[in-house]
Design a protein around this ligand. Structure first.
Ligand code: SAH
Length: 264
């Protein structure tokens, strides 16, 4: 941070025994915040999720301990309780603990649960927001979250079910708002969600896109409409991490990409 002007706010030192819950953005390491960079350069222990880019971890200071705690749908992953315990144990050892998660730590990332576990254990923590995949991935694919012509709200929704297998959301109620829906973790339940949205009255012509591995070199964008989305997803064989965007904003991409320049 030494090239910043003196008028710039200070980056507080990372105190021993604190946990910093940070977001690393959706993929492209250049989407890190300055606070996240500061945290990476100061932390003793970095407990990171599977979606965090290796080049982000390269920013860790020499000697930092890198601890994978990847949570990834369908694969064996540490239990949330174990991750909470690890963060608490390391903080109690007076380590400077950076918990680094994909996107924003408080958007479908269990960061909120981790924060509450830290509170219960009496551990001081700070939050470093990150750039969330559903908004930044969309923007960089040429899909604005809002325009006055298309929408006045945007719904960020999780595609997963509740632990007991029942739907976590009332899709009919969401469809009735007429606002675009940005789905996180949608692929396993895509057919079910699309059927519910169609049954709720959304037209099969409603634009819908899949953004896979947004902002990374592996990015794949599939443009479809609600009626053909499930078939398009099966054909492209896209798994996690993918975002699905349903609504008129998805159709703006063609126009934006006429002169929008990618950050290659
Ligand atoms: N905290 C994260 C979301 C964690 S949930 C955030 O704010 O972005 C994990 C889900 O996020 C994935 O299943 C996928 O739906 C989405 N996601 C994360 N990174 C992504 C990426 N680069 N491209 C597409 N989807 C992504």
């Amino acid at each position: 941070m030494n090239q910043l002007p003196p008028s710039f706010p200070d980056f507080a030192e990372f105190p021993q025994g604190e946990v910093w819950l940070a977001g690393a953005g959706p993929g492209d390491p250049r989407l890190l915040t300055l606070l996240a960079l500061h945290a990476l350069r100061s932390a003793d222990d970095i407990v990171y999720d599977a979606l965090v880019d290796k080049r982000v971890l390269d920013l860790a200071r020499d000697g930092a301990e890198l601890i994978p705690a990847g949570k990834r749908g369908g694969r064996p992953s540490p239990h949330q309780g174990d991750i909470n315990e690890l963060l608490i144990a390391r903080a109690l050892m007076n380590r400077r603990v950076l918990r680094l998660k994909g996107g924003d730590p408080f958007v479908f990332g269990r960061g909120g649960e981790e924060a509450m576990a830290l509170v219960r254990a009496g551990i001081r923590f700070r939050v470093i927001p990150g750039v969330t995949a559903g908004l930044a991935g969309a923007a960089l694919a040429g899909i604005p979250a809002t325009t006055r012509e298309t929408n006045h709200a945007v719904i960020l929704a999780a595609g997963h079910r509740k632990a007991d297998g029942s739907p976590a959301l009332d899709w009919q109620a969401l469809a009735a708002t007429g606002q675009p829906i940005v789905l996180y973790m949608p692929m396993a339940q895509l057919a079910e969600i699309v059927a519910a949205l169609l049954a709720a009255g959304l037209a099969p012509e409603t634009p819908a896109s899949i953004l896979h591995a947004a902002t990374t070199p592996e990015e794949i964008v599939v443009e479809a409409d609600l009626g053909s989305l499930v078939m398009a997803a099966e054909k492209a064989q896209l798994g996690a991490p993918s975002i699905v965007i349903v609504g008129q904003i998805a159709a703006l991409r063609g126009e934006l990409l006429r002169t929008m320049v990618p950050w290659t």
